[in-house]
Design a protein around this ligand. Structure first.
Ligand SMILES: *Cc1c(COP(=O)(O)O)cnc(C)c1O
Length: 493
């Protein structure tokens, strides 16, 4: 053994024991805050990493403050704080995609949370009829509102629109054939492929037509004894252009009725009001689809509707009754928090004139370019101030400007239409000698207490301000951005 190796045990032997640490005053505080099992683990981790450090540095001074009780517990406390940080937490979405599936899609109005919280923290009449005192139906809290807003005879709600499609197909077509145009056999977000869902639902897919053209005759020729339904699917995230032909719901509905089968329409986003009233591209509403004679529609709650994740099924009473009797309904049903949020959001639609104020999704989508520009200019000024203030040398050498950009609605709603917007563009100067480029900048933004998510394009970070309603949300965090840039710079030297 070398001399320095021999000196190690003396340093390590001075490390306090786990037991002593937990019994100490600050150890006790950690136990009170985080619980004994996790605190014990964190203290063990802290001791282990200190031991490792000593093992690497054999010649370390045995009086090193690292081995003291205070140092070990401080390390354990940092670890515990990290372990207990919420994993699911708010971010600031400046990607330019308003309904961003990875960032939680629709944002609720604050008022909705009062209703959700009331139901979450108390017992509720979820499945209890307060008039009769007997068992109730959880759908009853929202189905009347859905019917009123869409003209449907009946409605039910499940976990998301993928579940709605799965349930509808299984309930109305199990073991039989469903006819779909080849132009509508879509894939959404990689994990939802219409042909796969059909297979899992136990229905046989009968494809008709071609990718770009399908005629009424194609459907008519395919109908046979095995046919349960005709189905239309909103193409959501793509558009067939050029030499195209598809068959409208009205014609399909006549064909379905003549053959005593049903017409199903997966609307995807499902809007309840005509979006063109707000200056947005026209999208067929749920009410219009039902008016055209569709028997059952399915749509998402958290896309254009602006509510919680759920799948809404609306249509004829006969179909909805069949769907509700299907055992899969029980497996796919929604919980009380979703219902509370959905009920509250649906009530916003009672006053369509105020929707652009009451629903954050519509508020973001209908914002004027001038209003977005104001937010962008204010954010740009705050960034210039924080990053190259007069007193300090520039923390990050970059150009900060406000430019035109295009926002997307997202989630497959009106896929090929974009909305003119304004973005703060941060372009790190490539010719300066700094090592940290746009990727580092994006990473520092993501590491802020409330992470800011932008989009990298042409070597610059674009922050689309359409969804930035309060620039101070970002501005007040910029000192943390500067700290990160500084510590990255000092780590380089
Ligand atoms: C988005 C979408 C779905 C899936 O809806 P989720 O609510 O995400 O499950 C299904 N069909 C169409 C046409 C869609 O646009």
């Amino acid at each position: 053994m070398s001399r320095s190796a021999k000196s190690k045990p003396s340093a390590l032997s001075r490390l306090p024991s786990v037991d002593a640490l937990l019994r100490s005053e600050s150890g006790g505080e950690l136990v009170a805050h985080y619980g004994r099992p996790m605190t014990t683990d964190a203290v063990r981790d802290a001791l282990a990493s200190i031991r490792k450090r000593y093992a690497k540095r054999a010649d370390v001074d045995t009086t090193d403050a690292l081995v003291g009780e205070h140092a070990v517990l401080a390390r354990a406390k940092r670890t515990l704080a990290h372990w207990f940080e919420p994993s699911l937490r708010p971010v600031i979405n400046l990607t330019g995609v308003v309904l961003h599936t990875n960032l939680g899609r629709a944002v609720y109005p604050e008022a909705v949370m009062r209703e959700v919280s009331a139901v979450a923290t108390r017992a509720s009449n979820l499945e209890f009829d307060l008039h009769t005192g007997s068992r109730g139906n959880r759908d009853s809290h929202v189905s009347d509102w859905i019917c009123r807003l869409t003209g449907a005879e009946a409605a039910t709600v499940v976990n998301n629109n993928a579940a709605a499609v799965l349930l509808v197909l299984n309930a109305l077509g199990h073991g039989r054939e469903i006819i779909v145009s080849r132009g509508e056999l879509i894939e959404i977000g990689g994990s939802f492929r219409m042909p796969d869902i059909m297979e899992r639902a136990g229905v046989r897919l009968r494809e008709v037509g071609t990718t770009n053209r399908t005629h009424l005759k194609d459907y008519a020729d395919a109908i046979g004894d095995e046919t349960a339904a005709l189905m239309k699917v909103h193409p959501s995230n793509y558009e067939v252009k050029g030499f195209t032909q598809s068959v409208g719901a009205e014609a399909l509905s006549h064909l379905a009725k003549a053959n005593d089968i049903v017409l199903i329409d997966d609307l995807g986003s499902g809007c309840l009001v005509d979006m063109s009233v707000f200056g947005l591209p026209k999208e067929r509403t749920v009410g219009e689809a039902l008016n055209e004679g569709v028997d059952v529609v399915t749509f998402s709650g958290d896309k254009l509707l602006g509510g919680p994740q759920c799948g809404i099924i609306a249509g004829s009473k006969r179909c909805i009754d069949t769907i509700n009797r299907n055992p899969m309904k029980r497996a796919l049903r929604v919980d009380k928090l979703t219902l509370a949020a959905l009920e509250s959001i649906l009530k916003c639609y009672a006053d369509p004139d105020r929707l652009t104020e009451s629903l954050p999704t519509l508020k973001s989508l209908t914002r004027t370019k001038q209003d977005i520009d104001d937010a962008a200019q204010s954010l740009a000024a705050a960034l210039r101030d924080a990053l190259h203030g007069d007193r300090e040398p520039m923390t990050i050498d970059m150009d900060i400007g406000v430019f035109d950009c295009e926002s997307e609605i997202g989630s497959g709603a009106l896929p090929t239409r974009t909305l003119p917007s304004r973005a703060v563009v941060l372009r790190v100067n490539a010719d300066s000698r700094q090592k940290h480029g746009v990727n580092a900048l994006a990473a520092w933004m993501r590491a802020l207490p409330v992470p800011v998510i932008g989009r990298i394009r042409d070597e610059a970070l674009w922050l689309d301000c359409r969804t930035l309603h309060d620039p101070s949300d970002v501005a007040k965090q910029l000192h943390a951005l500067v700290d990160q840039a500084r510590s990255a710079a000092s780590a380089d030297v």
